[in-house]
Design a protein around this ligand. Sequence first.
Ligand code: ATP
Ligand code: MG
Length: 474
Amino acid sequence: MAEQIEEVNLIKKIEDLQKRLDEANDILNALRSGVVDAIVVTKKDGTKIYHIEDAAYVYQALVESMNEGAVTLTKEGVILYCNKAFADMMLIDYRNLVGVKLVSLISQEDIKKFESLWQNALVGSGKAELRLQYYGVTLPVSMSCNTHATNREPSYVFAIVSDISETKRAEEALKQSRDELENKVIERTAELQKVNARINKLNQTLEQRVVEETNRRMLQEHMLLQQSKMAAMGEMIAAIAHQWKQPLNALGLIVQNMQDAYQHGELDNAYFDSAVKETMSQVMFMSETVDDFSNFLKPSMEKERFDLIAITSEVLKFLEPQLSKNLISYSINCKTHNKTFRSIAEIIPCDATLITTNKSHLAHIVLNILNNAKEAIIARKLSGLLDAKAAGTIDIDVYKEGETLKLTISDNGGGIAEQLIDKIFDPYFTTKSKDHGTGIGLYISKVIMEDKLGGKIYVRNIQDGAEFTIELPC
Ligand SMILES: Nc1ncnc2c1ncn2[C@@H]1O[C@H](COP(=O)(O)OP(=O)(O)OP(=O)(O)O)[C@@H](O)[C@H]1O
Ligand SMILES: [Mg+2]
């Protein structure tokens, strides 16, 4: 019996405890759902009332003071509550926003974005950048939504809305300046392309002009060379005419004597033989002169190996009659052998003055220099600065310096005025009258020397005259 009473007491105790637990749970639910805002706790030392309003107030103050907009919505998207920051963003009183569907505040262009954000929010959370629009106010915002679920069913959605208009403006400004920069780059590139095209065109015309100018100069030089050669030929013909004078006279005499001998019956075999011999010797001499002449002027591009002293003496051979007529003596000095020749006849070929170059070009240059020396001496005599009977002198030195063969021609023709010395190699520079000089002799000599023979030609004044030097690689 006593056992039965004990069991009944225990069951009652359990039921009592269960009841107290249910009561505690009810209080907690009431607190959670906001039905109760205060609880009364009775303790040994008395009864105490706790207000949960105090805690809610702190949270409310926090939400109201936020810079971000905070919105509480139903799962259908109807605004239940919004803070001041959100209302300020929309420039309207927050009371006018309660009951409004959030979607109606979204810009038409961003509706799709919003719908996808909302779908995500209903199953957890979602975030997007979109534009709010309300009575003409458009505001770019970043919206982040979270669901508050009870019994796994979404009951509320909380949205945090941040104004990103500043960022957007900065982005827009950046984009604009980038676009402007890009446009400027495009404009500059187009300008540069135009300039390049112009430069290319100019280059083409320039190239063409350079080619034309080069051709023109080459033609001009060729003509000058021909002109100079013709002048040299004139000298040659004068020399030949002079050389032929004597043999022609001699031939005339032989023929005349033959006629006399015939008339006087002296034309025997012995006479005839001697006349033929004499005639042949004169004819041979004349023929040799012509050969020399034609060899000397024969245009050739070929290089040959020859003696510089020998070619100088060949040139002198043509000038000799004019030199002796004007009392001009000459000497050729081989410095290597310390030997001086005072007439062509004395000259012995020299192996120290051998050179490989174009013979006719070189002869042409030597002739131009020697002619100038001769003309300077004659002019000095005519001006009275040198006595007409005094000897004119032309001294030629030939010597080797390393791999260079040098030939200097100096005269006592008075030299060149210092203010003119830099001009004498210019084309058409002459101090002579029209009949005596064209001013191309030295110009063409320099062109031939530098362009065709790879050598140098230069001048300096010495006591009483000028000294021309030519240098050639040997
Ligand atoms: N040995 C020299 N002594 C003094 N002056 C000289 C001598 N050689 C050249 N000149 C000067 O240099 C000038 C130019 O010589 P260059 O041979 O080029 O022409 P040119 O003798 O006047 O005419 P050409 O074309 O008929 O030779 C001469 O007019 C003269 O004034
Ligand atoms: Mg000359």
